[in-house]
Design a protein around this ligand. Structure first.
Ligand code: S3P
Length: 447
C-alpha cells in the first residue's frame, strides 16, 4: 500500500442495475506501462509515454526507475518522460524499492537490475510478499546475480547484480511472461546471446517493445516452442510511446454489459494483441455479442473498439491451451459463467494459485457466498450457470481483480453483492467505480 491509500478497508456494494449504456475508455495497459518505464530507463535519451496507466502498481515502477537513476516524471500535459541512463547505467538505490502489490513490477525490475553491478533491496505488500520469487531468482542466478531472500524465496530480497555476467539459455518451466521478460532483460547487459525457450506462448509485449527500442532480438518458432534470443550490450534508443487501453481492465465492463439486460456499450481503444484476447474469444464462443470496430495498428499493437451488447451466454469448456492469453480474466469469466445456461469448465488454471491471491480459491468462495454452485480441482474449475442469487460478502484478499469481478456480479444478481475491501482496485483501475456508475451501475460504499 502506498502512503495515499486509506488505512482502513473500504467495503463496497453493487446492486441490480438497469441497462448499461455509453462509450467509455479504460486506463492504459498495465503490462505495456511497466515495460515502457523500464525500457525507457535503460535507453539512451528521453522516452515519452502517452496513456500510461496511472495506478499504484505502475507508479511504484516509476518511483523505482527514478531511485535507480533514470528520472521518470509526469508532465503537466499528462505525458510521462523518462531520462534513460543506458543499458549499463542503473545505480544502487539509496532506499529499498517498494513494488507494492505488483508481481510484474518486481520480477521485471529484478531482470533489469540483474546484470549491472548494483545492490538493491526489493519489498512489497503482504500479498506480494507471499508470492514465489524463485521462478526469477533461479534463472537470474545463472547470469551470476546473487540473492538473499526471505524464507521460501520470497520478498523482501536483496539483489547483487553480476559484475561479469555470462549469457544464459533458459527453458521456461512455467508459462510466465514475467519470467521470460526477467531473463531477456538480464540479457540486455550481458555479452553474447541470451535465449529463452518458451514451450507455451505468453504475452509478447517485451519482445515487441524491445524491438521498437532497437534491441537485437529475434524470435524463432520451433517444434519445442518459441526461441527468443537477445544479443546483449547494445544500447537502446529512446522512444515516443502511446499505451492503448488494457484488455484486462476492459474485461470488467465487457462482462457487466453481457450479463445486464438491455445493455449496449462501446469500450474504445483496446489493445488486441493476440496473446491477450483469450477472454474475448471465450465470451464470443459462449454466445456473447461482441464486435470489434475500427481495428487499427497503434504503436506496434493491434487496437480496436469493443461493441458489447447484453447476451444470453451458454456454458462451454475453456481449454488449458488458452490460459496464458486470458490468465488474469478467469475471475470475471467465472462471474459471466454463473449467468450462462449450463456448466462452464475452465482448465489449466494452476497459475491462478500464485497471483495477487489464490484466485481459484477466492473465486470459488465468492461464488459460493452468492449462491453459485461450483466444483474444482488443483487446476480446474466448473461453474454452474443459471444466475447468481447474490446477497453474499466476498473476501478480496488484497486482490483488485477479485473485487472488480464480484462488483460486476452484483449488477445482474437478484440481491446486491458486497466486497469486503475495494482499496486494491487502485493498483490497476483507479476510477473503476466512477466509470461503471457513469454507465448506469450502482456501486456504492457499504453502510
Ligand atoms: C504479466 C504477466 C502475467 C499476468 C500479469 C502481467 C506481464 O503474469 O498475470 O498480470 O505483464 O508480464 P505471469 O507472467 O506470472 O503469468
Amino acid at each position: 500500500m502506498t502512503s495515499h491509500t486509506p488505512a482502513d478497508p473500504l467495503p463496497l456494494t453493487s446492486s441490480r442495475a438497469g441497462a448499461l449504456n455509453g462509450r467509455i475508455r479504460v486506463p492504459g495497459d498495465k503490462s505495456m506501462s511497466h515495460r515502457a518505464l523500464m525500457f525507457g530507463a535503460i535507453a539512451i535519451g528521453e522516452t515519452t509515454i502517452r496513456g500510461l496507466l496511472e495506478a499504484e502498481d505502475v507508479i511504484n515502477t516509476a518511483k523505482a526507475m527514478t531511485a535507480l537513476g533514470a528520472d521518470a516524471t509526469r508532465g503537466p500535459d499528462g505525458v510521462w518522460r523518462v531520462q534513460g541512463v543506458g543499458v549499463a547505467g542503473l545505480r544502487s538505490p539509496a532506499q529499498p524499492l517498494d513494488f507494492g502489490n505488483s508481481g510484474t513490477g518486481v520480477r521485471l525490475a529484478m531482470g533489469l537490475m540483474a546484470t549491472t553491478p548494483l545492490t538493491a533491496t526489493c519489498v512489497g505488500d503482504a500479498s506480494l510478499s507471499k508470492r514465489p520469487m524463485g521462478r526469477v531468482t533461479v534463472p537470474l542466478s545463472q547470469f551470476g546475480t546473487q540473492f538473499e531472500t526471505a524464507e521460501g524465496n520470497r520478498l523482501p530480497l536483496t539483489l547483487k547484480g553480476a559484475r561479469n555476467p555470462v549469457p544464459v539459455t533458459y527453458t521456461l518451466p512455467v508459462a510466465s511472461a514475467q519470467v521470460k521478460s526477467a531473463v531477456l532483460l538480464a540479457g540486455l547487459n550481458t555479452p553474447g546471446k541470451t535465449t529463452v525457450i518458451e514451450p507455451t506462448p505468453t504475452r509478447d509485449h517485451t519482445e515487441r517493445m524491445l524491438k521498437g527500442f532497437g534491441a537485437k532480438i529475434a524470435v524463432e518458432k520451433k517444434a519445442d516452442g518459441n526461441h527468443i534470443t537477445i544479443e546483449g550490450q547494445h544500447e537502446l534508443k529512446a522512444q515516443d510511446l502511446d499505451v492503448p487501453g488494457d484488455p484486462s481492465s476492459a474485461a470488467f465492463p465487457m462482462v457487466a454489459a453481457l450479463i445486464t439486460p438491455g445493455s449496449d456499450i462501446v469500450i474504445e481503444n483496446i489493445m488486441l494483441n493476440p496473446t491477450r484476447t483469450g477472454l474475448i474469444d471465450t465470451l464470443v464462443e459462449m454466445g456473447g455479442n461482441i464486435t470489434i470496430e475500427n481495428r487499427r495498428l497503434a504503436g506496434g499493437e493491434e487496437v480496436g473498439d469493443l461493441h458489447v451488447k447484453h447476451s444470453q451466454l451458454k456454458g462451454i469448456t475453456v481449454p488449458a491451451a488458452r490460459a496464458p492469453s486470458m490468465i488474469d480474466e478467469y475471475p470475471v469469466l467465472s462471474v459471466a459463467a454463473s449467468f450462462a445456461n449450463g456448466v462452464t469448465r475452465m482448465e489449466g488454471l494452476e497459475e491462478l494459485r500464485v497471483k495477487e491471491s489464490d484466485r481459484l480459491a477466492a473465486v470459488e468462495a465468492g461464488l459460493h457466498a452468492n449462491g453459485v454452485t461450483t466444483r474444482s480441482g488443483h487446476d480446474w474449475l466448473e461453474v454452474d450457470g443459471g444466475g447468481a442469487r447474490g446477497g453474499g460478502t466476498v473476501v478480496t484478499h488484497m486482490d483488485h481483480r477479485i473485487a472488480m469481478s464480484f462488483l460486476v456480479m452484483g449488477l445482474a444478481s437478484a440481491e446486491a453483492t458486497k466486497v469486503d475491501d475495494s482499496r486494491f482496485i487502485a493498483t490497476s483501475f483507479p476510477d473503476f467505480t466512477g466509470l461503471m456508475n457513469g454507465m448506469g451501475a450502482r456501486l456504492k460504499p457499504a453502510a
